[in-house]
Design a protein around this ligand. Structure first.
Ligand SMILES: Nc1ncnc2c1ncn2[C@@H]1O[C@H](COP(=O)(O)OP(=O)(O)OP(=O)(O)O)[C@@H](O)[C@H]1O
Ligand SMILES: [Mg+2]
Length: 327
């Protein structure tokens, strides 16, 4: 029932919140300089109504800086941003009326209860006491936090805090939400729960921009994504397009015991086969991304070989030369 209501509300909102070019978020050549560092160095992208769009990048890539500029929390040095018809460069307060924001660090008030955090946020954002109270109960139910409404925030687990931060961003029923690493630091079970809830929000028509270090998160949630590093966007597309463009079709994974490692390295080096070692795992790609010929290693003791399809992690490595990190 609540889900239906959220759906209806968001659909109504979506009808009214487009920019002139039909998008919900449009950033054009935005820049942010800190001293000698161009934290964001002239990036452009658009997020369409109802889309979930991901910003992927390693530490320091410029994801948080981008999101802070989009949500009016940090002025741009140059460039233009429209969010739901609001010119964010000119009206950095107006954007907060249409956008929900989940920051990288939750920003919850530890001295207040779960309910009070929600209520206060809604009230300060302009809801009446009654509206804010009703809405608090709705989002508590939606995020499965109703039985924790009287808990103090410091008593919550990391996963619950993250869900409360997302719940709080929904208080004003925004049609667009910006989330900076919604599931970083959570255990797999809490992360799955966050993903399920984000999937429901997405189904309800909310437009979401999220940043992440998790390839799996991007694969599951994002309709489109861009990969950033050093303040620039290196490429943009749907997860499938990115994999098609940049990842090998198949990657062989060899689990190798220490005594066999030398044999494996020699075999691959002699044949000019590309490989990467991470601990006991050797990842091998063949020429043109096809399955590599490892027939000569079949009878080697201490080598177990399996194959997997290319994924976003491979894309990331191919175009940034770096691994996605989880911090
Ligand atoms: N307030 C600031 N003052 C000076 N430099 C800053 C400031 N905020 C960010 N930076 C710098 O800008 C660059 C981009 O930082 P940003 O926080 O946007 O990266 P990020 O992609 O969000 O990284 P992470 O994955 O670690 O959260 C970094 O080099 C960072 O040191
Ligand atoms: Mg960040």
């Amino acid at each position: 029932m609540l889900r239906d209501r959220l759906t209806n509300e968001s659909q109504q909102n979506n009808a009214a919140v487009r920019n002139a070019n039909g998008s919900v978020i449009h950033a054009e050549n935005i820049k942010k300089i800190y001293g000698d560092i161009a934290a964001v160095d002239g990036i452009s992208f658009s997020v369409e109504p109802g889309e979930t769009y991901g910003l992927l990048g390693p530490n320091g890539a410029g994801k948080t800086t981008t999101m802070r500029m989009l949500s009016g929390l940090s002025p741009v040095n140059s460039g233009s941003i429209s969010v739901a018809g609001v010119d964010v460069v000119k009206d950095n307060r107006g954007v907060r009326e249409v956008m929900g924001v989940v920051t990288q660090h939750d920003g919850l008030d530890n001295g207040l209860t779960v309910f009070q955090n929600l209520f206060l946020h809604g009230f300060l954002a302009g809801l009446s006491r009654k509206e804010s109270k009703n809405r608090s109960h709705e989002v508590l139910e939606f995020f499965g936090l109703r039985d924790r409404s009287k808990s103090n925030v410091y008593e919550l687990s990391g996963g619950m805090k993250r869900r409360l931060a997302i719940a709080r961003s929904m208080m004003t029923n925004p049609s667009v939400i910006v989330m900076d690493e919604p599931s970083t630091g959570l255990d797999p079970q809490s992360r799955n729960r966050v993903w399920e809830e984000l999937a429901v929000l997405k189904d309800s028509g909310v437009t979401v921009l999220l940043s992440t270090h998790y390839m799996e998160e991007a694969t599951i949630l994002c309709d489109r994504l861009s990969i950033m590093d050093h303040g620039v966007i290196l490429d943009e597309g749907t997860p499938d397009q990115m994999i098609e463009r940049h990842a090998p079709k198949e990657v062989a994974q060899l689990r190798v015991t220490p005594t066999s490692l030398r044999t494996v390295r020699d075999y691959l080096n002699e044949r000019d086969i590309t490989f990467r070692e991470v601990g006991a795992l050797v990842s091998v790609t063949g020429a043109n991304g096809e399955r590599p010929d490892l027939s000569g290693l079949e009878d080697t003791d201490g080598v177990r070989t399996s194959y997997r399809a290319g994924n976003l992690e491979d894309v990331f490595l191919a175009i940034t030369g770096r691994e996605l990190r989880d911090e």
